[in-house]
Design a protein around this ligand. Sequence first.
Ligand code: PLP
Ligand code: COI
Length: 336
Amino acid sequence: MNWSELSFGYLPTDYNVRCYYRDGKWGDLEVSSSENITMHMGATCLHYGQEAFEGLKAFRGPDEKIRVFRVDENAKRMQTSAEAILMEAFPVEKFKEAVIKAVQLNKRFVPPFESGASLYIRPLLIGTGPKVGVQPSDEYLFIIFVTPVGPYFKGGFKPANMVIMREYDRAAPHGTGTIKVGGNYAASLKSGELAHKMGYASVLYLDAREKKYIDECGAANFFMIKGNTYATPESTSILPSITNKSLMQLAKDMGMTVEKRPIALDELEDFEEVGACGTAAVITPIGRIDDADTGKQYEFATNGQAGPVCLKLYQTLRGIQYGELPDPYGWTTIID
Ligand code: PLP
Ligand code: COI
């Protein structure tokens, strides 16, 4: 395996972990070596979008230990997603157990430290029981598969360009944007592909109601730096990113002021550094944001390099994830 050349894609691994909810209870964790699932053609995940997923990563440190980052947070967020679309929530402890099992069984796919790659862990929860009327399923399937990955945005820690297009929304205010369900990603596919064709790494979505405030990118939260301030949008249509939550803590620890508030697009030019953050994106500095509707361009990393604050946050986060720096908040779980 050419670990350092990996992109963010699917590669088969040895095993996945599954658990079924039937007759009102969750069964035991099962191990499978099949990449396929069989389900009823009337399953609610196929018709009415009863589907939620998560994304987290395992890292191999210079000490050879494998660490998983903030697994409790992903477990809790998946419960929030499940409850919001009336699926049976998967128990937090069982989620952790399943993550550990999936990583242990596929240890040989955790990339070496030097490669900068990691093992992406994808938990999935779907309604599998048949319904023709719009109703929640009586049966559910929880699966975790893993796959080794490189950077989500080409170039990794190199500045990426993003585009604003008011014609497309990802999620409505008070809709499903705050939970991690497939429908949000379906809604972002067309605009995302269009942005790629236009040469951008991603769309930067504005709030759907007024198109006045910044929401987030298609698969990552958004943050901005000005002097000693770390600012990130507050909105009823963006996903609460675990990476962003971690960066807010790290920024505070660096003595920065952290602001989580509605951020108007008009304010963008006041900021010195801006970036996207998420499990897949890690921190991706943003070089330029083009407003495709007005033609306005917002330039940041004009020298093609990430700014100093983005760099420090990136190094601190990566340091904790790979076990090179102390982990004062117990964010990592070591897998034996
Ligand atoms: N926003 C969206 C829409 C995402 O899909 C993701 C990825 O999970 C994020 C933000 C970042 O969240 P996290 O840092 O928890 O991975
Ligand atoms: C993640 O960062 O885990 C994501 O889910 C982003 C994307 C691959 C959907």
